[in-house]
Design a protein. Structure first.
Length: 271
């Protein structure tokens, strides 16, 4: 096939299925090392209980047109391959968080894309299982020498303690933390380079930014898609977890610490 000069002169955005969003696939995710430092001790951050947001109810994602399937309630969910005890089918979040996701979807829709949720508000039993049972066992399987405080620190890089302390709730217990990806509105998810819930360095938000010059086509695609997800979410006010490309928060203590906001606006939420 040959191409005319006219075709070569067409603006890149008009050639890409991503349209105006194509530029975000080229914008690097910054080094996450300072973000990792900023999240230390985030659960000591102040929560503003006087604001209107603190009293917001949980709402189902589907009522705002946000697609998803609770990853812990289904059994097609590697690496678990079974429903997790205590999980629920619903994807619930704060009203203000849902409104922001709806705005992100409006932006994505122009390129035929949408958000797809894996998890939102999370019951304590699910959090406890992964923090107390599954994650420690998996880590010790790979690194038998891990024990004590070192094991706890490694677990809590990915799974927050399942507290229901009103002063220090786990992020997903607030209804302000989300796990999600991007997909075409036809249903096909974009390639992100790892499973959701992979708990190794490949899941780190900036993993492919630090890859070698020998990066594969597959890795390049994952890098571009992670960039797109990162920027559409952070430009909407969300804060991303440095070690999990899928995790974003708005309004919880994690978000407040990472954005240097004086106080979180959401605390513990109940169904």
């Amino acid at each position: 096939m040959t191409y005319s000069k006219g075709q070569a002169d067409v603006a890149p955005d008009s050639l890409s299925p991503f349209g105006a969003l194509a530029a975000l696939r080229e914008r690097p995710i910054l080094d996450q090392t300072p973000i990792r430092a900023a999240r230390e001790g985030f659960r000591k951050h102040v929560i503003d209980r006087a604001g209107a947001a603190y009293r917001e109810k949980l709402v189902p994602a589907k009522t705002h047109g946000i697609a998803g399937e609770n990853y812990y309630f289904i059994n097609r969910n590697p690496p678990y391959w079974r429903r997790i005890g205590g999980s629920i089918p619903d994807l619930l979040m704060r009203e203000g968080v849902a409104a922001r996701l709806k705005d992100v979807n409006l932006r994505l829709a122009k390129s035929g894309l949408e958000l797809f949720l894996f998890d939102a508000w999370r019951p304590k039993d699910v959090q406890a299982y992964f923090h107390d049972v599954w994650m420690p066992a998996e880590l010790k399987k790979r690194r038998p020498s891990l024990a004590g405080e070192a094991l706890v620190r490694e677990v809590e890089r990915y799974w927050a303690a399942p507290t229901v302390d009103e002063n220090s709730p786990a992020p997903h217990a607030t209804g302000a933390a989300l796990d999600l990806t991007l997909r075409w509105t036809s249903g096909e998810q974009l390639w992100m380079g790892s499973l959701f819930d992979d708990v190794t360095e490949i899941a780190h938000r900036d993993h492919f930014e630090r890859a070698s010059d020998a990066i594969s086509f597959s890795d390049e695609e994952a890098r571009a898609n992670r960039r797109l997800l990162h920027w559409v979410m952070t430009e909407a006010g969300f804060a991303g977890h440095p070690d999990e490309w899928w995790h974003f928060s708005y309004g919880d203590q994690f978000w407040a610490a990472l954005t240097e906001t004086p106080a979180a606006i959401y605390g513990l939420a109940s169904r």
